[in-house]
Each structure stands twice: as C-alpha cells, then as structure tokens.
Design a protein around this ligand. Structure first.
Ligand code: 11C
Length: 344
C-alpha cells in the first residue's frame, strides 16, 4: 500500500478526499493535516463531518497534524488547501521528496507543472521530469483543473478531431463549490449570483493548456479560444453548463453524439475510473444534478440536448459532480495514473 496524506483534511474537498480514499485498494490514509488550530486532536473531534456516508472508521481516531512535511508520514499527499496557502506548502512537500496531487489552483498554470485529466492528457505527466530537473527536488507537484473546466474539457476531448474553432460556455454552479461558508448562508435560495471570482478566466486558460500538445519539454496551448460566463445557482452539488462549440469544418449533432458515445479513454485499470467517462442522455430534460451527479460513483460526466445551434455551432449541456469528478475524485484519479506510469 502507498501511504497517503491529505492536506486541508477538514474542509469540503478534504472530506471528499477521505470518502474517495476509504478502502482504496492502492492507497492507505496515514496522515490528515489541517491548520494548527485543529492539530493534535483526533479527526472526529475537530471535523464536523458533512457528507451523507458515515465518517470512515479508519480515520476517526487519526490525530490531525499540522501541514508541514516533517509532521506527515506519507509518500504522496493530496492537497485541498486554499490557493493562497498551497503556493508555499505544496512546494515544501515536493522539496521534502513527496508527490503532491493538488486540487488547488496555485500551481496549475506554471509551465513545468502538469495540469492533468487522465481521460484527456495523460502524456502531460512527462512534465514531472522537466519540473524535477528545473526545481532540483525529488518530489513533484501534479495538479487537476478547476471543477467546471474538468466537466467541459472531458467532453471537448472527443471533439478535438473535428477541429475546434471556439467555445462559448455558460455555467450554473453548485454552492458546494464555494466551500462550507457558501452552503449554510443560503443566500442563494430564490437567487443566483452572476459572478464566481476568477472562475471564468480559469475555464478560458486551463482548457488551452489541457488540450495543448506536449513535445517532451513544454506544452503548446491549443489553438482556439474559450469565452466563459459563470453563475452560482441554488444547487447543493453538481455543476451544469451550456456549451456552444464551433468547428473548422461542418459537423452535425449526430456526429458529435457519436463521438461522445464512442469515447473510451481506456482507463479501466484505474480503480476510481468510471465505466463510462461520458454518459449521453436522450431525454430533453436531462442531465439534472439531483438525478445524474452520482453516475459512475460521481465520476462520469453526463451530456444531453445535443443540437444544432446558430452560426454553425453545436449546442449541448453537460453536468458532473463538482466535489467528486471536479475535485477529490480528479486528484485521486491522477494519483492512480501516476502509480500506473511508475512515478510512485
Ligand atoms: C466553484 N469551481 O465552484 C469553483 C471552486 O479553481 O479549483 C473550485 C475553484 C478551483 O466555486
């Protein structure tokens, strides 16, 4: 078993990490790290468990440690730290020789840091060798994208063969994406908020890195643009988005549907990988968060309403579980890919 720790273990995504890793066939949770305030006490005393499954037995009495490499006994750490803390702390862990699988945005766009979705760009893990040489450390930082970016980019991957010209996307994002403060405030009931910090910029830039070509030394960004509008709506879990895709050649809705149906990233040997990366819904009122977010144990992306739009666009809706597929599950899948490729 590979010993793994979780940085930021008491928060929203930290709890999802615990849920994803409990009973994992390759990884054993040996350290839960959080702020100094929580350190020194058993996890069940300091973390108010908010998920709908029981707090796993194996972590209840684990003593929470500070987010410092010398306090964490692990080979790999998952990071659910806020971006402002992740900048330094994740680098400290990599310097200490540990592999960091990070859900934080802090290092995503650095040129020598892999930004990876296993279904999309597994070959970008090769940036680890560039990173180790440049930064002179034995560990590594590997990142997964923002949750909305993940949903969209998994569906864009099978469409790359048509030559994407540009993408417009408008999101409807769940309150759990805003962390615990967002949920109890309930400011979102009978309301929506047409602004989510730097979310639009992340969707526009991360997409081009993910779908770019890696030549063994660097990633060359994909040659199209993305225009995003992001909105917070009164849904607990599950980000939905409407996408308008335009291509360099004539593409029909039937061809797009066929590309989604045939998409097989061949990851069935990774325990967290769902049977189907993309599920196509035929019903005109699907996908819906409450009905579809747990497809593939929360790891499948559901699409629907594939149709011809104006200005030669193809329109469709996609939806996925933001804190599983879009966060903790994404990082765990990256760690499984790292093991498969011999980096652990
Ligand atoms: C949200 N997507 O729903 C955000 C949260 O870059 O990982 C995650 C931000 C990120 O508010």
């Amino acid at each position: 078993m590979i010993k793994v720790g979780i940085l930021g273990a008491t928060g929203n995504v930290g709890q999802r990490f615990i849920q994803q890793l409990a009973g994992h066939p390759w990884f054993e949770i040996t350290a839960l790290a959080a702020s100094e305030r929580s350190a020194g006490k058993p996890y069940e005393q300091v973390a108010k468990w908010r998920l709908d499954t029981d707090l796993p037995e194996e972590v209840r009495e684990l003593t929470v440690v500070p987010t410092k490499p010398e306090a964490v006994d692990a080979d790999l750490v998952f990071s659910a730290l806020p971006a402002e803390d992740a900048i330094k702390i994740e680098a400290d862990f990599a310097k200490a020789g540990m592999v960091v699988c990070s859900n934080a945005s802090a290092h995503r766009m650095e040129k020598d840091v892999p930004l990876v979705i296993p279904e999309v760009n597994p070959e970008h893990l090769g940036l680890i060798d560039v990173q180790r040489k440049k930064r002179k450390w034995d560990g590594a930082i590997v990142t997964n994208p923002n949750c909305s970016t993940i949903m969209m980019v998994v569906t864009l991957k099978p469409l790359m063969k048509f030559g994407i010209e540009n993408i417009h996307v408008s999101t409807m994002q769940a309150v759990s994406g805003a962390g615990y403060e967002g949920v109890p405030s309930m400011a979102i009931i009978d309301n929506m908020i047409p602004y989510i910090g730097s979310e639009e910029g992340k969707m526009e830039t991360e997409t081009l890195k993910l779908l770019g070509d890696f030549d063994g030394k660097q990633v060359k960004e994909a040659p199209f643009w993305v225009s995003a509008a992001c909105h917070r709506v009164g849904v607990l879990d599950g980000h939905t988005m409407s996408i308008w895709a335009r291509f360099n050649k004539k593409v029909t809705p039937e061809k797009v549907k066929d590309a989604f149906l045939k998409f097989d990233p061949k990851l069935s040997d990774l325990p967290t990988s769902p049977k189907k990366a993309i599920i196509v819904r035929e019903e005109p009122d699907r996908p819906q968060p409450r009905m579809d977010r747990m497809q593939g144990n929360g790891m499948s992306i559901s699409v629907g309403r594939i149709r011809a739009g104006k200005a030669d666009s193809i329109q469709y809706v996609c939806m996925g579980h933001n804190t599983i597929r879009g966060a903790a599950g994404a990082s765990v899948l990256n760690a499984e890919l790292l093991k498969k490729k011999g980096y652990l």
